[in-house]
Design a protein around this ligand. Structure first.
Ligand code: ADP
Length: 435
């Protein structure tokens, strides 16, 4: 009966109990109505549902539990205040309090429980979203990795096909070329026997120049394929860099003269002899000098300098038993190299600018070849355990900023793994080789 009395009393005083509701709260009027209904019917179903709804909304809006429970607390306080002010006997007041107290206790309990349930649900949803995102990210990484692997396989297949093609083409070209060369030489001899009366000497000289040029290209193709397949072999001996540089310079003396280029070689006498393949070193240096001639306009300068490098060199392992490294630098006052081309010029068949602009002249200004010179030079230097790279402020055919090629070599031979090496007798191991 206590409920019935509470319901009657609430009905009578409900306007005094209603206060304006706040954000994330059941309106006070609705709450008073629901408490009243619970008191009247003895069933708290609708009151529970309303509190649950409020708690869930509060969690969604990140409103703290404290604010959710504030509203029933305020209603309870308002009820007690009104009770105190009413002229009730203690017995009557006690009846009402006893009926109201469990309703408020239940309200707090339902609100707290619903709040924690909603928090838990939200955390679960967040956790599964994180798991989903993580799985998605992993799947994407796997897809990308697979794509990259496929692309890499394709690339190495292409690279292999390129190497195979160069090798096959070079070998196929070499045989007929040797034949043509032989017949051309026979014709020269016939012409000589006839004391030049055939009048073909000039034509023959042209044919022979063409053959020599073609042979050089075929030789380059063969070298590239040997380097690419790591099938290079080096004959290591004690080499004086001063002598190799001297030889290359003297062999190009006429070209420097023809092109009105100055050639200055620094003092290389202080450089130690190095363990290297003399012929291959001469080839690499010859290429760099030839490039300096071709990419420097008439009247320019080419400088060669050398020094012993102190300590460890980045990108190079310390040679066995020390020995250090030596560096040769080739500087020219030529057209220079753009930053984006500085590494690409070491790729096979890479040439800067339009290939149609290039002539085939061996020492003509900008008379480019097939773009194999630098890859071969780098391949030869790296086979020795050294490094070759270019530096330049940029490409400018008018102001000619110039280029510098750095060639670093170990003093004690440290050939690249896989390279076939034969050792000539080195000084200290027996008789010294004559230069
Ligand atoms: P190429 O047969 O075309 O000369 P290389 O491999 O020797 O082939 O050189 C590749 C490219 O690098 C050249 O086409 C040229 O553009 C650039 N290059 C090489 N040496 C120099 C240099 N000393 N100055 C400016 N550019 C150079």
């Amino acid at each position: 009966m206590k409920h019935v009395e509470l319901a009657a009393w609430l009905e009578e005083h409900k306007e005094a109990l209603i206060a304006p509701g706040g954000e994330g709260e059941v309106s006070d009027r609705a709450l008073v109505e629901l408490v009243l209904e619970t008191a009247r019917t003895g069933r708290a179903g609708r009151l529970d549902a309303a509190m649950r709804q409020t708690a869930r909304q509060a969690v969604a809006q990140e409103i703290p539990l404290d604010r959710v429970s504030r509203q029933p607390r305020r209603l309870k306080e308002a009820l007690w205040k009104t009770l105190k002010q009413a002229s009730l006997s203690p017995a009557q007041a006690l009846v009402l309090i006893e009926a109201a107290e469990p309703i408020f206790a239940r309200l707090s309990q339902v609100a707290a429980q619903a709040y924690f349930e909603a928090t838990q649900q939200m955390q679960d949803a967040l956790a599964s979203e994180i798991v989903r995102l993580h799985t998605e990210a992993e799947r994407r990484v796997m897809d990308r990795t697979a794509e990259l692997t496929r692309a890499n396989i394709e690339l190495s297949k292409l690279e292999q096909a390129k190497t195979d093609f160069i090798s096959i083409a070079a070998h196929e070209l070499k045989t007929p070329l040797t034949l043509i060369q032989g017949y051309a030489n026979m014709l020269v001899e016939l012409d000589l026997e006839a004391n030049g009366s055939s009048g073909a000497a000039h034509t023959l000289a042209g044919i022979i120049r063409g053959i020599e040029r073609l042979s050089a290209i075929v030789e380059d193709m063969l070298d590239v394929s040997v380097i690419d397949t790591n099938a290079l072999s080096l004959r290591i001996e004690s080499v004086s860099l001063q002598q190799v540089v001297g030889l290359v310079v003297s062999q190009n003396a006429q070209h420097f003269k023809d092109r009105k280029l100055g050639m200055q070689v620094g003092d290389l006498s202080g450089l130690p002899r190095i363990e290297a393949d003399r012929r291959r070193l001469h080839q690499a240096l010859g290429q760099l000098v030839n490039n300096a001639i071709r990419y420097t306009p008439d009247g320019g300068q080419v400088f060669i300098e050398g020094r012993v490098l102190p300590g460890h060199q980045p990108g190079l392992e310390d040679p066995v038993e020390g020995g250090g490294f030596v560096e040769l630098t080739l500087r020219d006052t030529g057209i220079g190299i753009a930053p984006e081309d500085r590494e690409r010029i070491f790729e096979k068949f890479y040439r800067v600018g339009k290939s149609t602009l290039h002539s085939s002249g061996k020492v003509k200004f900008k008379g480019a070849g097939p773009g194999l010179g630098l890859p071969i030079a780098r391949g030869l230097v790296e086979a020795h355990g050294g490094r070759l790279w270019a530096e330049s402020p940029g490409h400018d055919e008018v102001n000619c900023p110039g280029s510098i090629f750095h060639l670093v070599l170990p003093v004690r031979a440290r050939p690249k793994p896989g390279i076939t090496v034969t050792w000539a007798e080195l000084p200290g191991q027996g008789q010294e080789e004559a230069e």
